[in-house]
Design a protein around this ligand. Sequence first.
Ligand code: SF4
Length: 207
Amino acid sequence: MSDEDSANSTARSKRGGQRSVAEELELKLRISEIFYSLQGETSRVGLPTVFVRLTGCPLRCTYCDTTYAFSGGQNMSIAQILEEVARRHARYVTVTGGEPLAQANCLNLLCALCDAGYEVSLETGGALDVSGVDARVVKVLDIKTPASGEVEKNLWSNLAVMTARDEIKFVLCDEADYLWARQVLRERGLAGKCAVLFSPAPGPIFS
Ligand code: SF4
């Protein structure tokens, strides 16, 4: 079995095994918003993208700019989400949050989007297990820095399942965060693993 076959077999079992396609399409998620825009981050910056924002997040980063997604939203089936995405005619889809992986059916949604032929990326805060994510999805994984207030939540075992097509992102609040990120990068050999992004937190930082 190839690495990709093995990853997909893990993904299949983590998203609930033997459901029929029709049953999968009826699974529901809590959706904060679906919109079309240009990707503003990652290596896909500038690409026309449909964003599917899932409601809820177990973290509370100091710089969070999507607190409105912590609650509210509406329940939608995967079939309804696919319909909304299709109406916007984009090749790229980003599943984001909140923390998308906080909803178990997110794994099914990611798979359904890939099956529908989209180039799919997942933005995740790095505190939850990504091993069940479909191997066709580009994972964009945050590593939370000390100034985020959530550094203790980093699930370091996630690094073992990151591949060359994935991306790791540090959101930096100050110089101490930068020095910390540099050290993590060296100690864990991240530069040889996949693309690594340093992104400034919103607001004034380095003085
Ligand atoms: S993980 Fe993302 S959505 Fe959740 S609190 Fe942090 S910045 Fe906000």
